[in-house]
Write a protein that binds this ligand. Structure first.
Ligand code: OOG
Ligand code: MG
Length: 262
């Protein structure tokens, strides 16, 4: 760790206030170029602590930057991990208030719900599939607190990986019933298809993103508890949205889920 506890608390407050006030900021590595990965996750942990202290609950976990499309779009090369609280959940087909966000984008993802604990190190696709209760379509709404979505890996980790809102829905499937590598997805904005892909875009197999999360947490003495909802990461580039937009994600044999920006 390169930052002291006061600096970590101050950076967490700065980033969380940006989220709460719909303001953007410059990336924090501009001010603290020497900060390391542990600092970045410590800032994210402090943001979580602030939300829990305010009465929010953590209801999901996420992996991000798990596809080449996303890594290329953001100019980075390593997956990152974050959390989602109860106020991030939008009901299937429900509304998301655009004015609560800064400059949201949507991502097509496969969501996993687990039935057994996953604990790294050594977690692999097989352990993830064995521990998965079902998978279902999910749209993540990301909203970087950084100006123009311009960040580096440490800055985006500190900013809880741009997490803002998500919706899941459609037809839950057990993993035996679907090949998560070849499963096709279409994301539509206002009825127009805007993004296409297949599950293998995410680290070769979306379950690999869940394994990577378990191994990341394992290195910190934490685990993915049974019953967790986890977003495995955008399959395609993220797509910008405006108030009035209607976004639907269709996943082969898993139905669809949608969200409206109002
Ligand atoms: C970081 C979050 C990336 C994903 O699914 O790749 C992410 C960002 O691009 O702002 O959630
Ligand atoms: Mg995402």
């Amino acid at each position: 760790m390169k930052l002291d506890i006061q600096t970590i608390a101050a950076l967490a407050e700065r980033l969380e206030n940006c989220q709460l006030r719909q303001q953007d900021t410059t990336k924090i590595t501009d001010d603290y170029p020497d900060m390391d990965w542990d600092d970045a996750y410590a800032i994210q942990d402090e943001i979580r602590r602030r939300k829990l202290a305010r009465g929010n609950r953590v209801i999901g976990l996420k992996a991000g930057l798990t596809s080449h499309a996303k890594m290329k779009q953001m100019g980075v090369s390593t997956p990152v991990f974050g959390f989602m609280t109860d106020d991030y959940a939008v009901p299937d087909g429900g509304e998301c208030k655009f004015s609560d966000l800064i400059h949201p984008k949507v991502e097509p993802e496969i969501a996993f719900v687990t039935k057994a604990e996953l604990r790294g190190p050594g977690c692999h696709i097989g352990s993830v599939l064995a521990a998965t209760d079902f998978v279902l379509p999910g749209i993540e709404v990301i909203d970087s607190r950084y100006r123009d979505f311009k960040f580096d890996l440490k800055s985006v980790v500190a900013d809880n990986t741009s997490a803002a809102r998500f919706v899941v829905g459609g037809q839950p499937m057990c993993v035996a019933g679907v090949d998560l590598r070849t499963v096709g997805i279409v994301m539509e904005k206002n009825g127009q298809p805007v993004a296409f892909g297949a599950g293998a875009a995410v680290l070769g197999h979306p379950a690999a993103a869940i394994a990577a999360l378990a191994n990341h947490l394992g290195a910190r003495g934490e685990c993915i508890p049974a019953g967790s909802l986890i977003l495995s990461g955008g399959i395609t580039e993220a797509v910008s949205v405006q108030a009035g937009d209607n976004v639907t994600l269709r996943v082969q044999s898993m139905g669809s889920t949608s969200i409206r920006f109002v």
